[in-house]
Design a binder for this molecule. Structure first.
Ligand SMILES: C[S@@+](CC[C@H](N)C(=O)[O-])C[C@H]1O[C@@H](n2cnc3c(N)ncnc32)[C@H](O)[C@@H]1O
Length: 290
């Protein structure tokens, strides 16, 4: 497809459904480079849709002159047409998405993209946003980062298991704060690869990242983290609970899902140890009842 420039212009033809083919043919004959049809089926919120019995045909033209000529032709040839013309907004997505990724500061931790500079004194993790979840800018990750910071402040050499590690953000944060044995697992091999890369890019050694089921991970851990989703956590409860030496931190749970997740983990002999809420998300903490 040709590169978009400032002069790209869209022509919108609002026509009766019966004239849909004619409208498409006309815009194509006038040299439009791209066509979009909206016939009212499955419209997205916030996007203009046609009235009942009508359709919108939108053609993109490389120059305003071509668009104006198409508009004139449409008005002359199509009967019940409402035609309009507007410039196509030029957006550089390759840089725009970067602007939306904000670094986060949680306790001693700073997590941000490589192009941002952490404040002096912060324990910094730079995470390149790629194909795995966990750049620090999601509420569930922030809630867990707070738990990691709090737990490691009280238990500086704690052992840590991070289930559903994604980019490895929680495991790496724990290790950077002084954790002892640290293991991160994910059922997505791409996430595991990226977590290993992320550890290397941050110069953090000693975290075992694996694509493993929980039964393949030996031993108990002082802190077990699992930021996944409520239904998965409920399924994993009998496998997660035996790994918990002291504290279990669960996230990825919506506030209204709290009871079902709590029930599943209390049934495994763990004790509720508090919670934290950010927006619609809740973090649930448990401890091993001794
Ligand atoms: C919401 S992301 C959390 C990433 C990171 N830990 C964070 O806090 O930002 C959940 C991750 O769990 C992984 N996952 C989903 N189901 C899983 C399962 N049954 N076992 C292990 N990992 C799982 C996904 O592949 C994904 O990387």
């Amino acid at each position: 497809m040709a590169k978009r420039t400032e002069s790209w212009t869209a022509v919108t033809l609002d026509v009766p459904l019966r004239d849909l083919d004619d409208a498409q043919g006309l815009l194509t004959a006038c040299g439009c480079a791209g066509l979009e049809l909206r016939d009212g089926e499955g419209g997205l919120p916030g996007i203009r849709q046609p009235k009942s019995g009508r359709a919108l045909v939108i053609g993109s033209f490389e120059t305003k002159a071509k668009a104006q000529a198409a508009l004139k032709t449409a008005r002359a040839r199509l009967k019940a047409v409402a035609a309009s013309l507007e410039p196509i907004e030029v957006r550089d997505w390759s840089t725009e998405w970067r602007a939306r990724i904000r670094p986060v500061r949680v306790g001693r931790l700073w997590v941000g993209p490589p192009w941002e500079t952490p404040p002096a004194g912060a324990v910094a993790l730079r995470i390149e946003p790629k194909m795995a979840f966990g750049t620090g800018d999601h509420a569930t990750t922030r809630l867990c980062l707070q738990a990691v910071d709090d737990f490691l402040a009280a238990h500086p050499k704690a052992t840590v298991l991070d289930v559903g590690t994604g980019t490895g953000v929680l495991a790496l944060a724990a290790r950077a704060l002084g954790a002892g044995r640290t293991v991160g697992t994910d059922n997505d091999p791409v996430a595991v690869e990226l977590a290993i890369e992320c550890a290397q890019e941050n110069g953090i050694e000693g975290v075992e990242f694996r694509e493993a089921t929980l039964d393949g991970v030996s031993g108990e851990f002082d802190l077990v983290l699992a930021n996944i989703l409520a239904n998965t956590l409920v399924q994993l409860a009998p496998h997660l609970a035996p790994k918990v030496g002291r504290r279990l931190v669960l996230a990825g749970v919506l506030v209204h899902q709290r009871a079902e997740v709590e029930t599943a983990f209390l049934a495994q002999g763990l004790r509720a140890a508090g919670h934290a809420i950010e927006g619609e998300w809740i973090r649930l903490d448990f401890e091993r009842a001794r």
